[in-house]
Design a protein around this ligand. Structure first.
Ligand SMILES: [Zn+2]
Length: 407
């Protein structure tokens, strides 16, 4: 029997259902998928994990979190920016999001002002302590970049990149000279070869057109978020703006779960129109229990659920905004459940994508080839015999046993 080339231990995910309906075994060697075969056909030199009753998907990625403000909604008094406090909160938030399935996370962090680089220091410490569990990238978010205060802002931003911030962020609209701000940020991005990820409400077509022109040709690309204002523009303006964003390969990262502290306005841009125009659209979770959304969940499946239920995206397209498109927005390699692709996977209880977006409490998360998080939910009815009878099932056994059952 042909075996895998190396003798290193492997992880076998057996009997999982794929989104296309096939039941398969998936063998993982190192950090990659080594082989995918019909259920029952593959062997392992290591651990075997029974995934019968689970749907196996490429793992989501979180393209828009706020690591320095996460989990501060219930903290009394002013929010602490001490590095140790920020590190604890950012770590807890990233672990919550990892439990939901996000194995990569882009997190915005304010830099400059009275707090200097303290919050960034805390988030970068969290990134180090999370290594092997999840990949966290920090976005440095300066405020002013023009005028007298702008010189300080630029100096702090350079320091932030030196320290380890991987992306340049911010809101051009908060500077007295938005065009000057954008030029300064994109210049620095080009010099340091860093991606740019900006906050904008998207209700000013002229500003978006300017951003698209300035970002055209910028490699790596530009993300704009949350762009809720696009939904309030007249139809012809939205269409023209969408065409320009598509031509400049700009990614719109929408935040269907309620926005974030960097956004003035809430809501979701017209995702179907943007996608039809060829705009890359990803979805993030935004605020995670900070003052701008005290009930934020940070759950990518909820973002996908909202796009499916409120904007009419198919379950496949909705899931792509939090998985394939989100990974692409972060510059990460593509994931498919096929040999040779990175083993970044999410298994959810159920047998189809629509069901998984409807209800998915039980999840198993694989990052770099290892199981890194596991959530199990058990539902029991007071009278399981009556529940089984109501379903027309034999009276012995639990109502939620077997494939496709249970949350
Ligand atoms: Zn934000």
């Amino acid at each position: 029997m042909p075996e895998s080339p190396s003798a290193a231990p492997t992880l076998l995910l057996s009997g999982a259902r794929l989104a296309d309906g096939r039941a398969v075994d998936v063998r993982i060697g190192g950090q990659d998928i080594e082989a995918v075969g019909t259920a029952g056909s593959l062997t392992t030199r290591g651990t075997r994990l029974d995934l019968r009753g689970y749907l196996l998907l490429p793992a989501p990625a979180e393209p828009h979190a706020h690591a320095d403000t996460a989990l501060t909604a219930t903290v009394g008094g002013p929010r602490s920016h001490r590095p140790g406090d920020v590190r604890r909160r950012a770590t807890e938030a990233a672990l919550l999001q990892l439990g939901h399935g996000a194995t990569a996370l882009r997190a915005h962090v304010s830099v400059g002002g009275a707090h200097g680089l303290g919050a960034l220091e805390g988030v970068l410490a969290a990134r180090r302590s999370l290594r092997g569990l999840t990949d966290l990238t920090a976005v440095a978010v300066p405020r002013l970049l023009t005028g007298a205060a702008g010189a300080d802002g630029l100096a702090v931003l350079r320091d932030a990149l030196e320290m380890g911030a991987g992306v340049i962020g911010g809101s051009p609209g908060l500077d007295p000279d938005p065009a000057g701000w954008t030029e300064a940020a994109l210049d620095l991005a080009a010099t340091h070869d860093r991606p740019v990820d900006l906050h904008t409400d998207g209700d000013d077509p002229a500003q978006l057109a300017r951003l698209a022109t300035m970002a055209d040709g910028l490699r790596p690309g530009l993300c704009l978020s949350p762009c809720a204002g696009l939904s309030r523009l007249p139809g012809d303006q939205v269409t023209r703006t969408a065409d320009r964003l598509a031509a400049a390969a700009v990614t719109v990262v929408c935040l269907p779960q309620g926005g974030c502290s960097g956004a003035r306005l809430r809501g979701t841009p017209p995702v179907r129109l943007l996608r039809a125009a060829g705009v890359r659209v990803a979805a993030g979770s935004g605020a995670l229990r900070d003052s701008s959304n005290p009930v934020g969940r940070g759950d990518p499946l909820e973002a996908a659920y909202l796009l499916a239920s409120q904007q009419g995206l198919s379950p496949e397209h909705a899931y792509d905004t939090v998985a394939g498109a989100a990974r692409a927005a972060l510059g990460l390699p593509r994931v498919r459940v096929e040999a040779g692709f990175p083993a970044e996977l999410l298994a959810v209880r159920g047998d189809g994508l629509a069901g998984a977006l409807s209800l998915a409490y039980s999840r198993i998360v694989v990052h770099r080839g290892r199981v890194v998080a596991r959530t199990s939910a058990v539902r029991e009815y007071r009278d399981s015999g009556a529940a089984a009878a109501a379903l027309g099932l034999p009276q012995q056994g639990r109502a939620d046993s077997g494939s496709g059952g249970g949350p």
